[in-house]
Design a protein around this ligand. Structure first.
Ligand code: SAM
Ligand code: SF4
Ligand code: SF4
Length: 341
């Protein structure tokens, strides 16, 4: 059965197409750029289990978003594989017709879960990995875990058919810029798609500085000097990565220039936090509380009206404005681990 769709456009005529759902604000790593241990140590207050949207809530909201035009759902977090019963949630979402279901994960639990997730209806995964060098990886992710464990996760995803596997690498100048070429060479010809992400000023805790951003142009130059690249045209509008292919046929890479090549004009993404707040931009401060509506007994129609009103009013374009004029102070911003990366 298909869901009748009544698409909605924001003030800049951008449709609502993608929904990222954070299923937990917890993580088994402490990447310095995302959950620095000084802020996410033992004293940090995570959401209580009772605050989390239930699988019933999430499935219902997914259908409501689908009725407004959402075609793609990405499960994220925090670390989505830490949410107990995650494969059951995938199975329930997969039963919603017309939805493309993907996940972003640090990969550590994929060897245990990849097959179950694929059977439940997950289509693809993106695995985050910032270096192949144990020393660098351990420093960036603030963990004793070796790189091998993430690579085993990538392999498990490929074996389970969650393909093409994408690998996300956040590049921070002076930290892991020396890892760009080794990563490119490791994944060239592997069938996996490596994507480089400019380090972003998301959240309030990572002490981001512009000088630490290795730009998309610099990353492409580094690789192109050794392994010549050519641009590939975008496969769909709203695609965040600029794509390049190796001229020798060894596959493709993507570069996500969130800082130097903002793509707000094409941004069709909403985010749902683990406790049910909708955010229309990664850099927003407050979200709109859908859980309160759910718990007050709102009907699907009322939920749809609320989401439509949120999207109707949307004007976001933080990355276009960054540095051009005064933007909201960082202290107000929600963390990526909460809102969903
Ligand atoms: N834990 C999962 C993971 O790491 O893949 C999913 C959540 S994580 C917040 C989603 C993505 O956001 C990851 O690829 C991560 O590298 C990226 N990310 C987190 N903080 C970032 C930052 N400050 N700049 C750029 N990317 C960031
Ligand atoms: Fe955890 Fe992902 Fe954030 Fe790293 S980027 S701390 S793995 S949520
Ligand atoms: Fe979308 Fe906000 Fe990122 Fe711009 S800054 S691309 S509006 S999430």
């Amino acid at each position: 059965m298909t869901i009748p769709v009544q698409p909605v456009l924001d003030r800049r005529h951008r449709p609502l197409r993608d929904l990222r759902i954070s299923v937990t604000d917890r993580c088994n790593l402490r990447c310095r750029y995302c959950m620095p241990r000084e802020h996410f140590g033992p004293g940090h207050r995570y959401l209580d289990a009772a605050d989390l949207l239930t699988f019933d809530d999430i499935t219902r909201l997914a259908r409501v978003f689908a009725s407004l035009g959402v075609r793609k759902i990405r499960l994220t977090g925090g670390e989505p594989l830490l949410r107990r019963g995650i494969a059951d949630l995938v199975a329930r979402l997969a039963a919603t017709p017309g939805l493309d279901l993907a996940m972003t994960t640090n990969g550590l639990l994929l060897p245990t879960l990849a097959e179950r997730l694929a059977e439940a209806g997950l289509r693809r995964v993106t695995v985050s990995l910032d270096s192949l060098d144990d020393t660098v990886f351990r420093a960036v992710a603030d963990t004793p875990v070796p790189v091998r464990r993430v690579l085993e996760g990538v392999d498990a995803a490929a074996r389970a058919g969650l393909t093409p596997v994408k690998v996300n690498m956040v590049v921070k100048r002076g930290v892991n810029d020396g890892c760009v070429l080794p990563m490119a060479e490791r994944f060239r010809g592997s069938g996996h798609i490596l994507r480089f992400i400019e380090y972003m000023d998301v959240g309030a805790t990572n002490e981001w500085q512009l000088g630490e951003v290795l730009t998309a142009a610099e990353i492409v130059r580094m690789i192109d000097d050794r392994h010549p690249l050519e641009p590939v045209s975008a496969s769909h509008s709203g695609e965040v990565a600029t794509r390049y292919r190796y001229r020798d046929g060894a596959g493709e890479i993507g570069v996500i220039g969130s800082v130097t090549r903002p793509f707000c004009g094409d941004c069709t993404r909403a985010r749902l936090s683990a406790d049910g707040k909708v955010h229309t931009c990664l850099f927003s401060s407050g979200g709109t509380d859908l859980r309160a509506l759910l718990r007050a007994g709102a009907s699907d129609e009322e939920l749809g009206t609320a989401v439509r009103a949120i999207w109707d009013a949307r004007e976001d374009g933080y990355s276009e404005l960054r540095g051009r004029r005064r933007t909201r102070s960082r202290e107000d911003r929600v963390e990526m681990s909460y809102i969903g990366g």
